[in-house]
Write a protein that binds this ligand. Structure first.
Ligand code: B3K
Ligand code: ZN
Length: 843
C-alpha cells in the first residue's frame, strides 16, 4: 500500500462551480448520474484525475460528447479541454452488498451514506479531497416515504425529492438517506430570528426514544450562539438514526447521520451514561457545523483542526450543562486510558500526523482527545478573553475555506501578538511529556523547579521542550490556600518559579485541573497526597491525590503482597461521608484506577505487569473497601436512592452512580439480595443494569440474565448491553469462553458493528481476560478479526488497537500474541486498514 505524506500536498488543479447528482435507488443497482462544472485554475498542470472505487462506469461525457477515460482501481484519468467544461458520468453501485458501511449502503432496509474520510469515491467519480468545495444539488428517485440529502428541500413528491445545499462543501460532508422512517419534529428560532425545522428520523417503533436527543440538539444550538456566537445557517436540520454504523455519528451538512446508540435514549432502555453520551455526541456533531463544515480541513493531516476543536467545544458544553469537575475527571480518566496508551506504544503519532496509509486509522484518541487538550492549553495560556477574540477572527477570516493548523495558530498570534512557534510542537511531536517537580524552601522563599522530558520515538527522534502550562496553587500546612491557582509557563527543559512572602513551607498543588496532558513523574510523599486528598481546593487535584494513593497501594500489593493502605481507606472514608460533596464526585473517588492503568504504571518503571496479579490486587482492594466502609455503606446507599421520577440529569445520575458503586460493596458484605431486589423493581435501565452487573459479579446472576433477555429480546440497543456485560463481568479465566459462547447466540449478528463491539470490545477492555496466560483471549479476538476484515475493514482495524500493549507483558504472553498477530498478517488480501494497523503494532 502507498504511504501519503503531508509534505507532498498539492492543490487540485480545478475549481468546481457546481455539482448535480441524480440517484436512482435500487438495492443492487443504484444508478448515480453526476454533472459537475469544472474550471481549471490558472496554475493547474491540467492533470485531470478523479477518485472512484468499486464503481461501474456506464457512461462519461465532457460538454455533452462521450469520452472514454482510463479507469483503474483508484479512479480515472481523462483528457479535458483547456477552459471550463461540464463533466457528466453515470455509474452503477451495489449498496445492498456494501458491508464495509462506507459510501452508500443499506441498514435495515434503509439507504444511508458515510463519506468521511474517503467514501464519496465509492458513490461517483470525484476529486474526493476536503479542499475541493462546491455547491451540491441532489435529486433522489426511490419508492421511499423519506428521501433526504444535505441543505434545504427544493421539492418533495411521491418517489422523488430534490435538495439544494447553498454552502460550498467538500464531498466527505455529502449525505443521502432514504427509507421508511418517522420523524420526531420540533423547531428552533436562531438569535437573528431564522426559524429552523428540526427532525430526528428513526425507524418506526423508536419514536419514544427521540425526546432527549432533540432537547440536546436545541440546547447545543442555543449554547453555540451564546458562547461562540455561532448561528445555524439552513432552514432545516435533520438527524437520522442508523443501526449499522462504524462509529458514533457523522456531521454531514444539515443531515447528521447517527449510530442509533448515539442518539436514541429512553429511561427504560438507556443508562445515565448513555444519556450523557447522546447529549455530548449530538452537541459534537452540531458544533461541527462551524468547526468542520463552514471551515474545513485542507487535507486529512489537518484532521485535528476540526476534531480537536470540536471535542474541546463539546467538553465545554458538557461542563456547562453538568458538573465541570466531574466532566474533567472523566475526560482525564479517558485520556490516560486511551491516548496515553496510544502515545506510549507502537501507534504513537503526533496530533498532526505527517504520513499515513489509511486515513481512517488516524481518527484516534491522539487526534481527538489530545487535539482537544492542546486547545485547552492554548486557552489557558492566552486567557479566555483572547481565546474568544481569536475564535471570532478564525470564523471571520476562514469562513468557507479549507484550512491548516498554521491558519489556526495564526489567528492566535494575530490576536495576542504572541509567537506560537514553540507551542506548535504540540502538533508535531509525538509522545507524552514527563514532568518532574522539586521544591525548595529557603528564608520565606518557596521555589518549584520543573523539568520536562519527552522520550524520542520513530516520528519524533529529536524532541524539543514544549510550552507547558502548569496551573499551581499552594496550601499552608493548616490546609488554608495561601497562593491561589496561577499558570506557570514551563518553556525550558528545566525551569524554576519562586513564591515570596510566605511564612511557612507550603504544600504545592501542581497541574491543577490537569492543565496539560503530561505525566507528573515525581513520587510525592504519601502524607502529602493524603493532605491534598483532605484539603485541596481544586477538585481535580483532590481526586488525583486519592487516585494516587489507591494506585500506590495497589502497586505495593502487587509487588510485595502488602495489605491495602489504611491511610488511603481512611482518607476515602472521610470523602465518602462528606455530604457537602457531589455524589458523582464521591463515586469517582471510590472507583479504582483501571487495571490497564496499573499495568501502564508498572511498565513505565521498567517492570513486567502480571495481569492476574493486577486482577487479584483489584479484587482484594474492593473487598478491603467493603470491609473498611462497612458501617458507612448502608446509610450511603439509602441516602442516594432517588425518590423522584427518573431524570437523566447530573444530580440524579450522580446519586445513582454512587449508590450503585456502593451496591457492589454491600453485596460483598451482605450477599446479593439487595441487588436482586433492585433488579426486580428497577424502573430504569441504569438501576436494572447496575444490579445485573453486581449479580453477575457475585455469580448470582443466572436468573436475572435470563429474565433480562426475555424482557429485552427485541431491543437491539439493550441487547448490546446484555452481550457486553457478560463478558465484562466474567472472571479472567472465563472471559474468552463466555465471549465464544455468545458468538453462538442466534442474535449475535457479527456484521453489525455495535453487536460485534459489544462482545469483542468488552473482551478487549477486560485486561486480565484479554491477556489470559493461556492465550485464549488473543486467539479468539484474532479469529474474529480475520473473519470481519473482508466484510468491514474499518471496524476490524479499529479493534486491532486492543493489541497495542502486547510488548509490555512477559515472554510467554508476547509469544502467544505474536503468533496471533502473524496469523492475521498472513491472511491473503488483508485490508489496507488492518494491515497498516497490525504492521505498526507488530513492529
Ligand atoms: N467526523 C466523524 C468521524 C468520521 C470517521 C471516519 N472514519 C465523526 C466526528 O468526529 O464527529
Ligand atoms: Zn468530530
Amino acid at each position: 500500500p502507498q504511504t501519503v505524506y503531508l509534505k507532498d500536498y498539492k492543490p487540485f488543479g480545478y475549481d468546481i462551480d457546481s455539482v448535480q447528482l441524480d440517484f436512482d435507488l435500487s438495492p443492487h443497482a443504484t444508478r448515480v448520474k453526476s454533472r459537475i462544472a469544472f474550471r481549471p485554475k490558472p496554475t493547474s498542470d491540467r492533470r485531470f484525475f478523479l477518485h472512484g472505487e468499486q464503481l461501474k462506469l456506464i457512461a462519461a461525457r465532457i460538454d455533452g460528447a462521450p469520452v472514454t477515460p482510463q479507469v483503474n482501481a483508484q479512479g480515472l484519468m481523462c483528457d479535458v479541454p483547456d477552459g471550463p467544461f461540464i463533466w457528466e458520468a453515470e455509474v452503477e453501485i451495489d449498496p445492498a452488498n456494501n458491508t464495509a458501511l462506507e459510501g452508500l449502503y443499506m441498514s435495515g432496509g434503509m439507504y444511508c451514506t458515510q463519506c468521511e474520510a474517503e467514501g464519496f469515491r465509492k458513490i461517483t467519480y470525484y476529486p474526493d479531497r476536503p479542499d475541493v468545495m462546491s455547491v451540491f444539488t441532489v435529486r433522489i428517485n426511490g419508492p421511499h416515504p423519506v428521501l433526504l440529502s444535505n441543505g434545504n428541500p427544493v421539492s418533495q413528491a411521491d418517489g422523488v425529492a430534490e435538495w439544494h445545499d447553498p454552502w460550498p462543501k467538500p464531498a466527505y460532508l455529502f449525505a443521502l438517506v432514504a427509507g421508511d422512517l418517522v420523524a420526531h419534529a420540533d423547531e428552533f428560532t436562531t438569535k437573528s430570528g431564522r426559524k429552523v425545522d428540526l427532525n430526528l428520523y428513526v425507524r418506526p417503533g423508536d419514536e419514544g426514544k427521540c425526546a432527549f436527543g432533540m432537547q440536546a440538539l436545541k440546547d447545543s444550538m442555543k449554547w453555540d450562539e451564546a458562547v461562540y456566537g455561532r448561528e445555524y445557517d439552513l432552514d432545516i436540520f435533520n438527524i437520522v438514526a442508523v443501526d449499522d454504523f462504524n462509529m458514533g455519528a457523522m456531521e454531514n451538512k444539515g443531515l447528521n447521520v447517527f449510530n442509533s446508540s448515539a442518539v436514541l435514549a429512553s429511561p427504560e432502555t438507556s443508562t445515565d451514561m448513555n444519556f450523557q453520551r447522546v447529549e455530548a455526541i449530538i452537541a459534537h456533531e452540531y458544533f461541527h457545523n462551524w468547526t468542520g463544515n463552514r471551515i474545513t480541513c485542507r487535507d486529512w493531516f489537518q484532521l485535528c483542526l476540526k476534531e480537536g476543536l470540536t471535542v474541546y467545544r463539546d467538553s465545554q458544553f458538557t461542563s456547562d450543562m453538568r458538573s465541570a469537575a466531574v466532566k474533567r475527571i472523566g475526560d482525564v480518566i479517558d485520556l490516560r486510558a486511551r491516548q496515553f496508551a496510544e502515545d506510549q506504544g507502537p501507534l504513537s503519532h503526533p496530533v498532526r500526523p505527517e504520513s499515513f496509509q489509511e486515513i481512517n486509522n488516524f481518527y484516534t484518541a491522539t487526534v481527538y482527545e489530545k487535539g482537544s487538550e492542546v486547545i485547552g492549553m492554548l486557552r489557558r495560556l492566552v486567557g479566555a478573553q483572547a481565546y474568544a477574540e481569536a475564535l471570532d477572527l478564525y470564523f471571520e477570516r476562514h469562513d468557507g475555506q479549507a484550512c491548516t493548523i498554521e491558519d489556526w495558530l495564526k489567528v492566535f498570534e494575530d490576536t495576542t501578538g504572541r509567537d506560537l512557534g514553540q507551542f506548535k510542537r504540540w502538533y508535531s511531536q509525538a509522545g507524552t511529556p514527563r514532568i518532574k517537580v522539586e521544591d525548595n524552601w529557603n528564608s520565606n522563599t518557596y521555589t518549584l523547579t520543573f523539568t520536562q522530558h519527552l522520550k524520542p520515538s520513530a516520528t519524533t527522534p529529536d524532541p524539543k521542550p514544549q510550552v507547558i502550562p502548569i496551573v499551581t496553587g499552594l496550601l499552608a500546612p493548616s490546609g488554608q490556600e495561601v497562593v491561589a491557582s496561577r499558570v506557570l509557563e514551563l518553556t525550558e527543559a528545566q525551569q524554576s518559579f519562586t513564591f515570596e512572602g510566605l511564612t511557612e513551607r507550603p504544600v504545592p498543588s501542581v497541574l491543577r485541573g490537569f492543565s496539560a496532558p503530561v505525566i507528573l513523574e515525581n513520587k510525592r510523599a504519601q502524607e502529602h497526597a493524603a493532605f491534598l486528598l483532605a484539603h485541596d481546593t481544586d477538585p481535580f487535584n483532590r481526586w488525583e491525590a486519592g487516585r494516587e494513593l489507591a494506585r500506590d497501594s495497589l502497586l505495593a500489593m502487587i509487588r510485595s503482597g502488602a495489605a491495602p493502605d489504611l491511610g488511603y481507606l481512611d482518607g476515602l472514608a472521610k470523602v465518602l461521608s462528606d455530604t457537602t460533596l457531589d455524589p458523582a464526585y464521591r463515586a469517582l473517588m471510590l472507583a479504582l484506577p483501571g487495571q490497564t492503568d496499573i499495568a501502564t504504571a508498572l511498565h513505565d518503571v521498567g517492570e513486567t505487569p502480571d495481569p492476574d496479579a493486577i486482577w487479584s490486587a483489584h479484587e482484594t482492594m474492593i473487598e478491603a473497601q467493603a470491609t473498611h466502609f462497612a458501617e458507612l455503606l448502608p446509610a450511603l446507599f439509602a441516602q442516594n436512592q432517588v425518590r423522584e421520577a427518573y431524570r437523566p440529569n447530573a444530580a440524579q445520575s450522580g446519586q445513582r452512580s454512587l449508590a450503585n458503586a456502593v451496591l457492589r460493596l454491600l453485596c460483598l458484605n451482605d450477599g446479593p439480595d439487595r441487588a436482586q431486589a433492585q433488579f426486580d423493581t428497577a424502573d430504569n435501565m441504569t438501576q436494572q443494569l447496575a444490579a445485573l452487573a453486581v449479580l453477575l459479579r457475585a455469580n448470582a446472576g443466572k436468573d436475572a440474565l435470563q429474565s433480562f433477555e426475555t424482557q429485552w429480546k427485541s431491543d437491539r440497543l439493550v441487547m448490546d448491553k446484555w452481550f457486553g456485560l457478560q463478558v465484562m463481568q466474567a472472571a479472567p479465566a472465563d472471559v474468552a469462553e463466555t465471549a465464544q459462547a455468545l458468538t453462538q447466540h442466534p442474535d449475535f449478528n457479527w456484521k453489525n458493528p455495535n453487536r460485534f463491539r459489544a462482545v469483542f470490545g468488552s473482551l478487549a477492555a477486560h485486561h486480565a481476560g484479554l491477556n489470559s496466560a493461556d492465550g485464549a483471549g488473543y486467539k479468539l479476538l484474532a479469529d474474529w478479526l480475520i473473519k470481519l476484515d473482508p466484510v468491514n475493514p474499518q471496524t476490524t482495524a479499529r479493534m486491532c488497537a486492543a493489541f497495542q500493549t502486547w510488548r509490555r507483558y512477559d515472554a510467554e504472553r508476547q509469544a502467544l500474541c505474536a503468533t496471533q498477530l502473524d496469523r492475521i498478517l498472513a491472511v491473503p488480501d488483508l485490508s489496507r486498514d488492518t494491515s497498516e494497523m497490525l504492521e505498526r503494532i507488530r513492529g
